[in-house]
Design a protein around this ligand. Structure first.
Ligand SMILES: Nc1ncnc2c1ncn2[C@@H]1O[C@H](COP(=O)(O)OP(=O)(O)OP(=O)(O)O)[C@@H](O)[C@H]1O
Ligand SMILES: [Mg+2]
Length: 242
């Protein structure tokens, strides 16, 4: 029998020297050369003052936007040479997004909203609807399949948005203040859902202003003026490691 050395898993994201500027004279530099590695299976919070660059960073992590300079690898692949269509395909297949404002389509039912998350999957209509219904059941909304967004509470809308983000089984879920518009009970339900997804193997990155929530996560990254201010991990439980 041959023994193979243990493989180091490929990180989900590797950023090196990431700079983001918006055009202007002079250009407005928002991110100042970030280095960051996110491993598969992590659950991490991004915290920092308003205007520090958190949403800008999240857009880059999810390839919704391109850096001005620097290198970003997604699952080992340098994304800088990918075309817009290739980036769209990468997002559709590997990444889910959840935002503070739920961005549901008001003319569609919940099951139709969630099924939009599978438009680029190649699945047919009936399969898309069946998978959307299953995703809605998994977020506790199996009894609201035919409601329209304006017939749902805030917490329910956010759970629909999460169902839409997870229905394609993304490797990475990016959430920008997902509890920002919710009361504390609904917010807790949404956070519990994110934790469950993470426990099932999804890498989850959450921007939050909620200090208590951030403190409960295994890793916290602080952004200040477009730089990484701190990157801290929860202490290992006693007895673990050396
Ligand atoms: N399209 C744009 N053009 C020019 N400047 C922009 C653009 N988008 C964002 N900015 C600026 O970039 C900075 C960072 O914005 P960003 O949205 O990343 O902040 P944030 O940390 O998410 O803040 P908040 O906590 O308020 O959501 C801000 O000063 C903002 O004004
Ligand atoms: Mg923001």
């Amino acid at each position: 029998m041959t023994s193979t050395p243990p493989q180091t898993p490929t990180p989900v994201l590797e950023l090196s020297g990431i700079v983001k500027e918006y055009p202007g004279s002079p250009p407005l530099r928002i991110l100042h050369g970030l280095d960051l590695t996110i491993e598969a299976g992590e659950l991490l919070a991004v915290v920092g003052p308003s205007g520090s660059g958190k949403s800008t960073l999240l857009a880059l992590l999810g390839s919704l936007d391109r850096p001005t300079s620097g290198r970003l690898r997604f699952e080992g692949r340098d994304v800088s040479n990918l075309s817009d269509a290739e980036l769209a395909a990468l997002r559709a297949h590997r990444i889910g997004f959840v935002f503070q404002q739920f961005f549901l389509l008001s003319g569609l039912t919940t099951v139709e909203n969630v099924a939009t998350g599978l438009l680029y999957s190649g699945a047919g209509l009936s399969e898309r609807r069946a998978r959307a219904a299953a995703a809605l059941r998994s977020v506790g909304l199996g009894h609201r399949l035919d409601h329209h967004p304006d017939q749902l509470s805030g917490g329910e809308k956010q759970r629909v948005a999460i169902a839409r983000a997870l229905v394609g089984r993304p490797a990475l879920l990016l959430a920008d203040e997902p509890t920002g518009a919710l009361d504390s009970v609904s917010g807790t339900a949404v956070v519990d859902l994110l934790r469950t997804l993470n426990a099932d193997g999804t890498t989850v990155v959450v921007i939050t202003h909620d200090r208590e929530l951030a403190a409960s996560f295994p890793r916290r990254i602080g952004i200040h003026d477009g730089r990484i201010d701190f990157d801290e991990r929860a202490p290992q439980p006693t007895g673990a490691g050396l």
